[in-house]
Structures are given as structure tokens and as C-alpha cells.
Design a protein around this ligand. Structure first.
Ligand SMILES: Cc1ncc(COP(=O)(O)O)c(C=O)c1O
Length: 429
């Protein structure tokens, strides 16, 4: 499917492209809510997805890391529209489950462009990939090797190694990746079981803040590559994982800085073009492509947290410090986004009918506030540390860079729907 066809497909899904700019689409949505074929309604949170941002991220990747094939980590945002769009650009996919693999195969993506990266796969999912002959997958334990031997002995295996992820927002090494001192045992078992190890992979952690983590990880991968070769495995794949920041992150370890370390590291340590190099960017592709719009359902004056004791409870009667209650929350889009307070840069979208998208508001006009999610749970707090001007019920907020690990973890707890997405194509390239 070409990208023009993807856009036509979006229209036939009932979403359609709502203009060329995020600000324009938001305004239209708030003033004349788009309801045809969806139930996006005027008082619901919604996302604006920009297809052009996906394309511009793809082009930037190709320019900075030409040797590394991106396999989009679809877990970060399985939006079918984004997935189709990326597939049409030629991007591969990193999948964690049968449902994700089915989604990708149904789009007609070649099996060679899919890697199954869950180190502890459900046996029935393994049976499925065996039937589909989708061979590329990762492992990091003896138990997984025995399972693979039982169910899909011809799989092409990629050993996931533990790397230093202490400088990343979401550390993955505490859960996945074999320490180098255990690699030999695993290689030896794979040899005894006559399994087929073809590569090495790692993940430096999501939202990586230290570009040098990539150099260190590639160095470790080289060591394991050589070790595996000495066992007689024909090593042909290096998978450099994810961790790359979205374009909305302009300070610290930007994608450009990570690529400036990773690209040369791969060329230096894996000079042979016989080694296929892939990566698994998730948030890099979708993070900045989605903006989340949030309505204020109500407010009340702040309570001083440590004084919630029935005898001494006191409200900040005269202050402008408010508790705002919005229409999405921790059990909705924010469950994972709350793990990274630096990314929770919630701003004013509409105040008293005036639009502020993309505009800065004077710091003097802002007051500390807390933002609470839509369910009745007192754990449903989105931010305890935001500064906003005084807002009212009916005003709106927005969060840029909201495409990764956001609505994908949302539940319908308390009967609240998962926000819908409207699309634009800002044609920025
Ligand atoms: C195995 C694997 N690959 C890739 C990713 C994507 O990471 P990121 O979104 O940081 O690029 C993840 C995220 O959890 C992952 O677990």
C-alpha cells in the first residue's frame, strides 16, 4: 500500500485528514467536533496525529543511520494508521506478541522485516510464528531455548545481552538481557540443542540520555558475536534496539547525538557489510507525531498535601493554587508517561475561548497546581508539579510528544473511553 492509499484508507475508516496543522485541527475539533464514523465527542480527550512527522523521522533516520534498518517497535503505539504509513515507507517491525505479529503480517509486511523480541514467548504464539514461518526472534535464557527447540527449532535466534542502561528513563536491563558471564553457557546449550543463533541484540533503555551507552553496548555485542562465532554459529545480524529520543526532545541525548555515536561505533566494530544491522526505535517514530488534548472538567482550591488530617485540614483559601480535574488520566493515557515527569510538559490550549497552542504564557501568570485524572481513584494523579495560569472548567490543555507509551496502556477503568485520534498531514518535508 502506498502512502497515498494509506491516506485514502484513513478517510474510508471515517477519520480523514483534518488539515495541515495541529493548531488548525485542534481548533476545528473543539469548535465543530468531528463525529462521523467515530465517537470522538466535544468533551473527550483526543489525539492529533501528524503523518508528516512519521515521514520526517523516517527520512532523518535514513540520513543519519543509513546502514541500520529501522524495525518500528509497534508496542510503543500500535495505531493502525501509523503502522500502515511506516510499513509503506519500508520500515520493519519489532513485535512482542502474536497480536502484533498478526497486525503486521496483515499489512503485507515481509517476514524478513519482522522480529519477535519477547524473551519469554507464549508457547501458542511460538506455534503461530512457526506456522507463519516468521523466524527471527530473541531469547536470553535456557528455558526459552528449550521451548524454542520444542516448538520452532528452525527459528533464527538473536541473543539479547544485558547492557548498561542506568542513564535511561525506562530501564529494561533489570528485566531482560543475559549478563556476559552467562553467555557461554547459553551458547553451549544452543549448540547442544542444534539451534540456530544468528545474531546479538541489546536495548540501552527507553529514553536514553547518554549517547555513549550505545558505544558501550556495541562493544559488548562485538564480544558476544565473536564468542558465538567460536562456537560455530554463523553470525549475520546485529540488533541495536531502541532508546532513541523523539524529535520533540531537543536537549541532552537527541537522536542526532545518539546517531553520531552509534553509526561510527557500528562501522568501527562491525566493518563487514555481511552483517545486517537493524534497530528497534519505538518512541523515536511516534513520540512527537501525536499531541494529546485534554479538557478541564473542574477545579478546586489546593489542599496542602501533608495536612490532610481531618482535624487540621485547610484549604489554601486565598491562593491561586488549584487542583484541576481533566478528562484523561493515569489509568488512561498517562500510566507510562507519568514515569517520565520531564516529558509531562502540559500547556494551556484554550482559555476563555482563546487559543494558545504553540504560544508561551508568561511565567508570572502561572501558579503551582496539581492535575488529576478522570477516575475516582486517588492514585489517579497526572502531575503534582505543574505551573499553569488560573483556568476554569471548560478550558483545555495539551501535551506535545504524547505518541509513545500513552493511550496504548490505557484502560477503560470507571467507564472512560480510550481517546480517539484525528489525523493531519503537515507536509513538513
Ligand atoms: C525489546 C524492545 N525493543 C524496542 C523497544 C522500543 O524502545 P524505544 O521506544 O525506547 O525506542 C522496547 C521498549 O520497551 C523493547 O522492549
Amino acid at each position: 500500500m502506498s502512502n497515498t492509499e494509506v491516506q485514502q484508507d484513513i478517510a474510508s475508516d471515517g477519520y480523514s485528514i483534518q488539515g495541515k496543522s495541529i493548531g488548525e485541527a485542534i481548533k476545528r475539533q473543539l469548535e465543530t467536533p468531528f463525529v462521523t464514523g467515530t465517537d470522538v465527542e466535544w468533551d473527550r480527550p483526543f489525539y492529533v496525529g501528524d503523518l508528516a512527522e512519521l515521514r520526517s523521522q523516517y527520512l532523518k533516520w535514513k540520513a543519519r543511520l543509513p546502514r541500520i534498518e529501522p524495525f518500528f517497535a509497534i508496542k510503543s503505539n500500535p495505531d493502525p494508521t501509523a503502522a500502515k504509513y511506516l510499513a509503506a515507507l519500508g520500515v520493519g517491525f519489532d513485535c512482542a506478541s502474536q497480536a502484533e505479529i498478526e497486525q503486521v503480517l496483515d499489512m503485507g509486511v515481509d517476514k524478513d522485516r519482522i522480529i519477535y523480541t519477547h524473551p519469554y514467548k507464549n508457547p501458542s504464539f511460538l506455534q503461530y510464528v512457526a506456522q507463519q514461518e516468521t523466524p527471527l526472534m530473541t531469547f536470553d535464557s535456557e528455558s526459552e531455548l528449550h521451548k524454542i527447540k520444542r516448538i520452532y527449532p528452525n527459528a533464527k535466534l538473536v541473543i539479547r545481552i544485558l547492557v548498561d542502561d542506568k542513564d535511561s528513563v525506562i530501564r529494561l536491563s533489570r528485566k531482560s538481557g543475559v549478563p556476559l558471564y552467562e553467555v557461554e553457557e547459553l551458547l553451549s546449550l544452543a549448540k547442544d540443542l542444534e539451534l540456530n543463533i544468528v545474531g546479538v541484540c541489546f536495548h540501552v533503555g527507553s529514553g536514553c540520555k547518554n549517547p555513549n551507552s550505545y558505544y558501550d553496548a556495541v562493544l559488548r555485542a562485538r564480544q558476544v558475536f565473536d564468542q558465538a562465532k567460536s562456537f560455530g554459529f554463523k553470525m549475520e545480524l546485529l540488533n541495536v534496539g531502541g532508546g532513541f529520543n523523539e524529535s520533540g526532545i531537543t536537549e541532552g541525548a537527541t537522536f542526532e547525538k545518539a546517531a553520531a555515536v552509534l553509526g561510527p561505533a557500528v562501522d568501527e566494530l562491525f566493518p563487514s557489510n555481511d552483517v545486517r544491522v537493524i534497530g528497534e526505535p519505538g518512541r523515536y517514530f511516534v513520540g512527537s507525531a501525536y499531541t494529546l488534548c485534554l479538557g478541564i472538567m473542574g477545579r478546586r482550591r489546593a489542599i496542602i498535601e501533608n495536612e490532610i488530617d481531618m482535624d487540621v485540614i485547610k484549604k489554601e483559601k486565598e491562593s491561586n493554587n488549584y487542583m484541576y480535574y481533566i478528562n484523561d488520566g493515569y489509568f488512561g493515557s498517562f500510566g507510562m508517561m507519568c514515569l517520565d515527569p520531564d516529558r509531562l510538559n502540559i500547556k494551556v490550549l484554550r482559555k476563555n475561548g482563546e487559543y494558545f497552542y504553540g504560544k508561551e504564557i508568561n511565567e508570572d501568570e502561572k501558579y503551582p497546581c496539581t492535575i488529576w485524572g478522570t477516575t475516582c481513584s486517588s492514585y489517579d494523579c497526572v502531575s503534582k508539579d505543574t505551573k499553569l495560569p488560573v483556568l476554569n472548567e471548560g478550558d483545555w490543555l495539551y501535551l506535545s510528544n504524547a505518541g509513545a507509551y500513552s493511550y496504548v496502556v490505557a484502560s477503560t477503568f470507571n467507564g472512560f473511553d480510550i481517546p480517539k485520534i484525528i489525523y493531519i498531514n503537515s507536509d513538513k518535508q
